[in-house]
Design a protein around this ligand. Structure first.
Ligand code: HEC
Length: 126
């Protein structure tokens, strides 16, 4: 059987579609690319106050504490905002987030998300 292939989508049409989709995708992941250039180095400096629990590279060193390394920036941003506005509560994190500015949060998210994490499945059970 023979199916004709039609190239109906020009490069321009694709560009327009991407252009329309981008803000939507950015909205969904809670991260506006043009809003502000997050500064991972400033985030690392700010993260000094987080290392006692989350570790120097975002791998937790305290019990019951999540790893932050490699998490998506939109997720980290949302969680820190939620702790700050009280929609997510935790006795420590609610206090930690209280003094963070939007810029701090963006920078912290840039820092922790930039840390590369390798996942390895456990050895197969015997
Ligand atoms: C005293 C220990 C401690 C310190 C210091 C601390 N955290 Fe946390 N953090 C925790 C614990 C415990 C949780 C889990 C809280 C919960 O169950 O909601 C947490 C949760 C989080 C989460 C949510 C993670 C997820 O997977 O949902 C983020 C983001 C976070 N911390 C960022 C930070 C940042 C940024 C700092 C420094 C400004 C910081 N934390 C300082 C203990 C700490």
């Amino acid at each position: 059987m023979h199916r004709p292939i039609h190239f109906t989508h020009t490069r321009a049409a694709r560009a327009v579609r991407l252009h329309l989709l981008l803000p939507l995708v950015a909205g969904i992941i809670g991260f506006a690319p043009a809003a502000q250039a997050a500064d991972a180095a400033a985030g690392q400096a700010k993260a000094q106050m987080c290392t006692v629990c989350h570790g120097p590279i975002g791998m937790a060193v305290a019990p019951e504490t999540p790893n932050l390394a490699g998490q998506p920036p939109g997720y980290l941003t949302n969680q820190l905002r939620h702790y700050r506005d009280g929609s997510r509560k935790h006795e420590v994190m609610s206090i930690m987030a209280r003094t963070l500015t939007d810029t701090d949060i963006a920078n912290l998210a840039a820092w922790f998300s930039s840390i590369q994490v390798e996942a390895k499945a456990p050895d197969a059970p015997k």
